[in-house]
Design a binder for this molecule. Structure first.
Ligand SMILES: C[S@@+](CC[C@H](N)C(=O)[O-])C[C@H]1O[C@@H](n2cnc3c(N)ncnc32)[C@H](O)[C@@H]1O
Length: 287
């Protein structure tokens, strides 16, 4: 299962923002396992909710649960929301990154904790992480690790990977290649040296930053009067994009969070995957 992050804060925000609205169209751009959709359904059961997820497994899971009968399903990237939703939006949530079921299923290839194919595609289509490693030059790989993984040893790891004589078919192959290059036989605890490499590959395979940059301006301009957009990000590059998109909006027409909201110590204790979450919001504040 997936524990939704910052649920209390989101309930509070929606409760204070949405009663201003006369009609109601909500978009959950990242349905996952429905944690945030549940909050909206509980608060406003009568209203129209669109649930997007680019992962067909998430959409199938939602469709098979009767509590989501009234939901409109879209198995597509949230950047395409305007091709499906033709009303102005009263609320939209983007809870970025991957869900626990994706991370915990070896065959999705997102995590070095399980041995699975080096895949990492949320949509199960397009180039996989394995293809990316194979088709990308050492220089480009180094750029990817440095930019998207903020990995200090980007150049070194790019060289190691390109010169590696063993197979690079599985998550374990890649983790082993990284560990071997540092003289570590097996990493079982603490910060794994492949963490940033995996993060960088996942971001590029799913074009996460491009998709976010394309979506935010469209989503903000699609907000109905008093409509609210909430974005939860999990690393500084995403948060930077969200912050800039929000702060570039005219101050007289919007209210927005000045600083990101972060989970409480209690939430982090109960759900360690929430630890790097940052939430920002923007609300259209004009008729
Ligand atoms: C962090 S989880 C969301 C969890 C959800 N809020 C919940 O509480 O169950 C992110 C989900 O969004 C999906 N996702 C990520 N980027 C997406 C995108 N650009 N378009 C559509 N879905 C996306 C992933 O496939 C994953 O299922």
């Amino acid at each position: 299962m997936h524990t939704p992050v910052l649920s209390k804060e989101i309930s509070f925000l929606l409760n204070s923002a949405l009663p201003f609205l006369s009609s109601f169209t909500f978009v959950d751009g990242t349905f996952g396992r429905g944690g945030h959709t549940n909050i909206v359904l509980n608060l406003f059961p009568e209203n129209k909710i669109w649930a997007f997820d680019r992962d067909p497994e998430a959409i199938d899971w939602g469709k098979s649960h009767s509590e989501y009968q009234s939901v409109f399903w879209v198995n597509d990237c949230f950047s395409q929301f305007d091709c499906y939703v033709d009303q102005r939006i009263s609320g939209m949530i983007l809870d970025l990154g991957v869900s626990s079921p994706q991370l915990d299923q070896a065959e999705r290839g997102f995590s070095f904790r399980f041995c699975g194919p080096l895949d990492m595609r949320m949509s199960k289509t397009g180039l996989s992480a394995k293809d990316l490693l194979k088709n990308t030059s050492e220089k480009e790989l180094s750029h990817i690790f440095w930019t998207y993984g903020q990995e200090r040893r980007a150049r070194y790891f790019a060289k190691v990977i390109k010169q590696y004589k063993g197979p690079l078919e599985t998550t374990t192959d890649l983790a082993t290649c990284i560990c071997n290059s540092l003289g570590i036989r097996r990493k079982t605890f603490g910060f794994h040296p492949a963490t940033r490499i995996f993060q960088a590959l996942r971001i590029v395979v799913n074009q996460e930053l491009e998709v976010l940059s394309q979506t935010l301006p469209k989503a903000i301009s699609a907000l109905a009067p008093f409509g609210i957009l909430i974005v939860i990000s999990f690393h500084s590059l995403e948060d930077g994009i969200v912050k800039r998109a929000i702060q570039s909006c005219p101050k007289e027409a919007f209210r927005f969070s000045k600083k990101p909201l972060v989970p409480s110590n209690l939430e982090i204790k109960q759900n360690p995957r929430a630890r790097s979450a940052k939430m920002r919001w923007i609300q259209r504040w004009e008729k």
